[in-house]
Write a protein that binds this ligand. Structure first.
Ligand code: SF4
Length: 344
């Protein structure tokens, strides 16, 4: 299947706020979440955003992002800002990553730069660049230390656990902190989660501090448009936290991490349109989205909105540039994530 790639730069006029899968997400804290790419080298069976199989992928121009982030820091305040790269895809595939990180450090007030990765593209050279660009923390998704299980979950024959663990050791020899972030799939990787806890404890016993090597177990979440692991029924948050408490006691380790553990605190929301669910709004279709039913609408120079059609149309280009009236179906303005529905 051929995949097209859309470059999101200033000329594209695609706004960087409002759309969940590209640009910047502002949750009203000191953390600015950056989503510069939708390409992924995996197609994990559980991926809640179905990355790795989009019809159209997106890459955001680093200068365009930089301009937006500068403006956001100006409003949020030049102190204790964290830039967190968390794409719907794999960050190490982003061509402008290291240049962007270098430029970000020149913005007064940015004190932490962290990123999420599946870790498979790490190698000596990449780690050297991460070290040279002074990345603060890397979150690595690792759901099992068992090769077969990891292959199964990530839907990948070449997932090399041994190489990944060696690269984690290499990262730990730098100034970069590492957070292992397994997803717990009840009934599927229960033992694996315990093995990962033991692995982290072993590293701490070797002298790495609690800050240097962290563990953040994540709850398995299911979304309508995400991929789902067959036979796994996700449990409620109560069950999840009970399980973490049990493991905390068993292994004498802190597993319940909250915003305060990462220095996350409230800050001004940079921009909001105060849109409400069910509002009818006028917008211009500015771009195709990741799938045939999805588009990006433009509300103003700042704000975009994800637009879902009732069914895909045979010639998607026909909608580009059209002004339409759509119904808002999601308006979490604190998150700056907007979705509208348009029936043709
Ligand atoms: S879970 Fe992460 S690594 Fe796996 S397909 Fe999704 S974005 Fe890619």
């Amino acid at each position: 299947m051929s995949v097209s790639i859309i470059n999101v730069d200033e000329k594209s006029k695609i706004p960087l706020y409002g759309v969940d899968f590209i640009g910047v997400i502002d949750r009203g804290t000191n953390v600015i979440e950056v989503k510069p790419i939708t390409l992924c080298n995996l197609k994990c069976k559980y991926c809640f955003v179905s990355a790795g199989s989009y019809d159209t992928d997106f890459i955001v121009d680093p200068n365009y992002l930089l301009k937006k982030i500068r403006n956001m820091v100006e409003i949020k305040g030049h102190h204790k800002i964290e830039i967190h790269f968390a794409p719907y895809g794999e960050i190490l595939l982003y061509p402008g990553l290291f240049d962007l990180i270098k430029e970000l450090w020149n913005i007064k007030g940015i004190e932490i730069i962290s990123l999420q990765t599946n870790g498979l593209l790490l190698n000596e050279d990449v780690i050297k660049q991460l070290e040279e660009t002074k990345v603060t923390r890397i979150n690595i998704s690792l759901n099992s230390l068992n090769q077969e299980k990891a292959n199964f979950l990530c839907n990948c024959e070449n997932y090399n656990i041994e190489k990944l663990l060696n690269n984690i050791l290499l990262l730990l020899s730098t100034q970069i902190d590492v957070l292992i972030a397994p997803v717990w799939f009840p009934g599927e990787n229960d033992d694996d989660i315990e093995e990962i806890i033991k692995y982290v404890l072993k590293l701490r016993n070797k002298g790495f501090s609690e800050k240097k090597i962290q563990i953040g177990i994540q709850k398995y979440l299911i979304y309508k448009t995400g991929r789902k692991l067959k036979k796994i029924r996700p449990k409620g948050w109560d069950f999840f936290y009970k399980q973490l408490s049990m493991l905390e006691k068993k292994f004498k380790i802190k597993l319940k991490l909250g915003p305060q553990d990462f220095g996350i605190h409230k800050r001004k929301v940079v921009a909001s349109l105060n849109l409400q669910k069910n509002d009818r709004i006028k917008l211009t279709i500015i771009s195709k989205g990741r799938w045939k039913r999805e588009y990006i609408g433009k509300l103003n120079n700042n704000f975009g909105i994800k637009v879902l059609l009732n069914y895909p149309i045979p010639q998607p280009e026909k909608l580009l540039g059209k002004e339409i009236e759509a119904k808002v179906i999601k308006a979490n303005y604190k998150d700056n994530i907007l979705t509208a529905y348009f029936s043709i």
